[in-house]
Design a protein around this ligand. Structure first.
Ligand code: S3P
Length: 432
């Protein structure tokens, strides 16, 4: 795909698809609950479709129609051994969450993924689960994973790596485990799993103290389905928000966007940089905060963000780096270690591609420094993405200012946002 520069802004209402994290959980949790669950506005992207197929392959009846699915759950112990290995494509969320769930089943499974997923670290999930008596065998710390279903033992965990995927994997394992599992979270990670488990009747108790969160969950309690309306995805919205901020003459509206405080750092960060962003109509849907968002072109200031912000917006650094490249002053983003183990080494690719675009930037350990300029001289107009959807979308937005930029392997965008290109073109973008 080639992203061309535009002159008349990004204008209108952006239709953002359903939230990816909540969509995965909206398949996994109802599949092991009792009753019929109607899920509206589910994201139909490659990642989520891999989770959907996995549960169909494990015998769950799921009827699909357009943006809605119906899941006929039959309880905690109703999953069947799949005939084949479960292939999860690019989806780290599917891999970590399913590992937890499958560790406590009565059958064995093998999980595989694409090249990118096969390079990502899996010991971060197998190690805590193996402490619960799980039998998970990685291939030198990565996929494929062989999971021998076993009776697990409830344990206490102190989460060292701030990861909702690890936390959620442990929580899903604990559902089929006798006794109380205790997780202490020292840094904030997204809490969609806890919210949904609670509303499905799990015996889960959450205590927030000043600088940590304690999650207690008692296993072997059946869950009961409720219908779910998936709100729209803030991470996907971020590409459109930044496109509107950095392009003059823009006025954009986004509706029904998930504004969960455990992952809305991008809004806080952009506002701190001086972005004209107005949130309105704030409300709750299935216990998740949602709101509408209005954005206008803005003169951004550079900003320094510490590691505590990384916990609230880890997926948004590629697009935040693009925003910072057009600010009036330099920015420093600190504590980006986890960016190295996402769908690609995102810190490496942000740096490489910004430098190719002529941006003066460097890293120092896990900190990123960006010094913006008014006149970029592109060194190389081919963007390397390593099949990472968020790198592809972020640099497509970069192209709206300094394009044409050729985005390599842009089909990766289908992992989270299949309508991205048509939607931005509808609002004034020129992606061909
Ligand atoms: C996700 C958690 C985050 C995030 C990912 C989705 C989830 O990963 O980067 O895109 O749905 O739980 P980590 O929890 O590993 O940081």
């Amino acid at each position: 795909m080639i992203s061309h520069s535009i002159s008349s802004g990004i204008n209108g209402e952006a239709i953002i698809p359903g939230d990816k994290s909540i969509s995965h959980r909206s398949i996994i949790i109802p599949s092991i609950s009792n009753g019929i669950c109607e899920v509206n506005n589910i994201l139909k992207s490659d990642d989520v479709l891999h989770t959907l197929k996995a549960f169909k392959d494990m015998g769950v009846k799921i009827i699909e129609s357009n943006k809605k699915i119906m899941i006929f759950g039959k309880g905690l112990n109703s999953l069947k051994k799949p005939k084949n290995e479960i292939y999860l494509g690019n989806s780290g969320t599917s891999a970590r969450l399913l590992t937890g769930l499958l560790a406590a089943q009565k059958f064995d499974t093998v999980l595989t993924g694409d090249n990118s997923l096969s390079r990502r670290p899996m010991e971060r999930i197998s190690e805590p689960l193996n402490r619960m008596n799980a039998k998970i065998f990685t291939s030198n710390g990565t996929m494929p994973l062989k999971i021998i279903g076993n009776d697990l033992i409830a344990k206490k965990f102190d989460l060292k790596i701030p990861s909702a995927q690890i936390k959620s994997g442990i929580l899903l394992a604990s559902l089929n485990t006798k006794g109380e599992t205790l997780i202490t979270e020292n840094k904030v990670t997204r809490n969609h799993t806890e919210i949904m488990l609670k509303s499905f009747g799990a015996h889960i108790n959450i205590q927030n103290t000043e600088n940590r969160k304690l999650i207690k969950i008692t296993g072997e309690k059946e869950l009961f389905s409720k219908n779910i309306d998936v709100p729209n995805d803030l991470s996907s919205s971020a590409f459109f928000i930044v496109a509107a901020l950095i392009n003059k003459k823009s006025h954009l509206v986004l509706k029904n966007i998930n504004n969960n405080p455990t992952r809305n750092g991008i809004i806080l960060a952009l506002k701190k940089m001086g972005a004209k962003i107005i949130l309105s109509n704030e409300r709750f849907s299935n216990n998740e905060k949602v709101c509408d968002i209005e954005v206008r072109s803005s003169e951004l200031n550079g900003c320094e963000f510490g590691p505590e912000m990384a916990d609230l917006m880890i997926d948004e650094y590629p697009i935040l780096a693009v925003a910072a490249s057009f600010a009036k002053s330099p920015s420093i983003f600190r504590g980006l270690k986890e960016l190295r183990v996402k769908e690609s080494d995102r810190l490496k690719l942000i740096l490489l591609n910004l430098q190719n675009c002529g941006v003066d930037c460097h890293t120092n350990n896990d900190d990123l420094y960006i010094s913006p300029s008014k006149n970029y001289k592109i060194n190389k107009n081919i963007i390397q993405t390593d099949f990472d959807h968020r790198i592809a979308m972020a640099f497509a937005i970069m192209g709206t200012k300094i394009g044409p930029l050729k985005i390599k392997d842009s089909e990766s965008i289908n992992t989270s946002f299949p309508s991205f290109i048509t939607e931005i073109n509808k609002l004034g973008g020129k992606f061909i």
